[in-house]
Ligand binder design. Sequence first.
Ligand code: M6R
Length: 608
Amino acid sequence: MCGIVCYVGNKDAKPILLEGLKRLEYRGYDSAGLAVQDGEKIRWSRAVGKIVELESKLNGVEMKGTIGIAHTRWATHGEPSEENAHPQRDRDENVFVIHNGIIENYHTLRKKLEREGISFRSETDTEVLAHLIALNFTGDLSDAVRKTMSQVEGTFGIGVIHRFTPGEIVVARRGSPLIIGVSDEGHFVASDVAAMARYTNKVVHLEDNELASVTVDDFSISTAQAKHIVRSTETVEWRAQDAELNGFPHFMLKEIYEQPMTVKNAIRGRLEPGEGVPKLGGIMPVWDKLKECRHMVLVACGTSHYAACVGKYIFEKLTEIDTEVGLASEFRYRKLNFPPNTFVIAISQSGETADTLAAIREAKRKGASLLGIVNVVGSSISRETDAGIYNHAGPEIGVASTKNFTSQLTILTLLALLLGRHQSLSLTEGIQAIRALESLPDLMQRVLSQANHIEAISEKYYRCRNWLFLGRKYNYPIAMEGALKLKEVSYIHAEGYAAGEMKHGPIALINPEMPTVAIIPKDEMYEKMTSNIHEVKSRKGPVIAIATEGDDRIRDVVDDLIEVPATLDFLNPLLTVIPCQLLAYYCAKFLDRDIDKPRNLAKSVTVE
Ligand code: M6R
């Protein structure tokens, strides 16, 4: 989704802003722009398409100045066009604004401003902000922004410069993250630490309804009510090289290959093998309540939602807790009535997904305690939950989530195991689970070593326009995740189904042009899955099976076989998902898709 990067310092702003924008590309966008201030002169440029379009437009254009604001836009109000790109400006070109989020009362405000004689150049909600700030300006930019904040409804992260306050950027936040970065070269403000990772890892998070005036050597934070806030810097574990390709052709492939390491990171320091118990420092603040919990709700969107679906089965296996899964985008519209001591767990890579945030706010209102399973440290979900567990998976740049899915599954397993061991799970079962978790990274490596074989299978089928993914129990969500991955990056239509449901409808689609990916590890579902495979084969549908190593029985039935090593049944999804990720990646590669930035998608979905 939209990205913000601002800089005020002692260096030329233009190249720093362009580099920051490139580091935000992974979030998904359709146009970009920047404005650089030099005394009372502000020069700006915008372009539709990739950052390289903006860069080539700026080639040879003189744009001096050590202060500037820049933006990647993901269209919400108005099509992707140069006039709708940010920065937006007021009538006299004094105020320049970049904005993430949505101004919900923009229509009313726009009509009012038009009645007052202001004509609009764009279709954006952001332009309203530029005009309001200009009208509210009486010499102090922070005051003008503060007054504007009181007039608008909705969500925003904004960066503003004014021709008559050179040397100052004012930023403000309500619902859209903004982070101030402190470095020797000056100050940054961005919606994502990735934009400034090359310069600093010292950051200050702005909270909702706060604004900050940022200059070359200082920043001052205050509330919407003008109360001064003192907040010290935090250090983020984010290395610039983590956001580089390091020899891989795409971030998606790099991140698929990182999974043995990221799963190791998710369990590092969190196991007590002798006791058969994990230790999770992040949930200690709520432990007394949590260990008594008998009702749990996992809420999330997209891939994180499929992790939650696997998590439900894992909680049912290892604990006595009644667990349900809620799709975050629907959750807040339900009539929520939680039993006492309910925990709602938000699962989110970015920690900024608007639907997931809205779901936990509603759950809080209804009396639930909140936990977060989040990757981005300091993100909104990590701050709004009572306690939580970080994924420690490092930055995920590919828009298609891969390594975070397996980290989320690992953490859900640790949490279920911890709670289960305080309930009925025996020491032997605990030790067995911990040993199996510890061996996962090596097993994942074995799956990855079949990448060439999976590439060859993808080459055989990538022209098929419709695919079906089937699984049961722990692997039913993997069927849905496999289908989602294929859709996202290759634009091939795919459906993920519980295998038992196939005969209730999707079987009508089976034909020789429609491959079925059947996820059939050796577990209690094996025989039933085998029958489903036969049902597909009898209708001449090609079958690619993801099965346990050495399963010669299935080898004889299916067209193509991808083997995964044996592990405990509830850990199978951590292995079976890898072939699904690789099938999606290689099909997208053969179709020459923009794998890391698929069309229309955004990495972090910050609007509802
Ligand atoms: O950051 P989150 O985990 O909250 O994001 C949730 C979904 O938007 C995300 O998983 C999305 O479905 C990805 N594109 C999946 O690859």
